[in-house]
Design a protein. Structure first.
Length: 105
């Protein structure tokens, strides 16, 4: 990878962070939820897919409306952790994280 490409990647990351920072917390949380749902659609198959999508919609969808400037970074980190759990196929831990999110936020 060339220095120019690395610099371009960094510029893209900086621009993306600036765009995210300018959005209201609810919009940022909704975007993170969409990433999670798309990951479930790509990585999970069978009956678990529809069940996990329902959980994400019902339990985590309401969390997006409760996002504010005081908790948005925690919510983003939680969604990103959930994405990693789904990618790793750790469905049990993913469900545990959903239950924790319902009580924590």
């Amino acid at each position: 990878m060339s220095l120019k490409q690395k610099t371009g990647d960094r510029m893209y990351t900086d621009e993306a962070e600036a765009i995210i920072a300018s959005q209201p917390p609810e919009a940022v949380a909704t975007g993170e939820l969409m990433v999670l749902k798309n990951t479930i659609k790509r990585k999970v198959s069978g009956p678990n897919k529809s069940r996990l999508l329902r959980l994400a919609n019902s339990d985590l969808g309401s969390l997006c409306s409760r996002a504010n400037s005081g908790n948005i970074e925690q919510i983003r980190a939680m969604f990103q952790t959930m994405v990693q759990l789904v990618r790793a196929g750790n469905i049990g831990q993913f469900e545990t994280e959903i239950a924790r999110a319902k009580t924590e936020f």
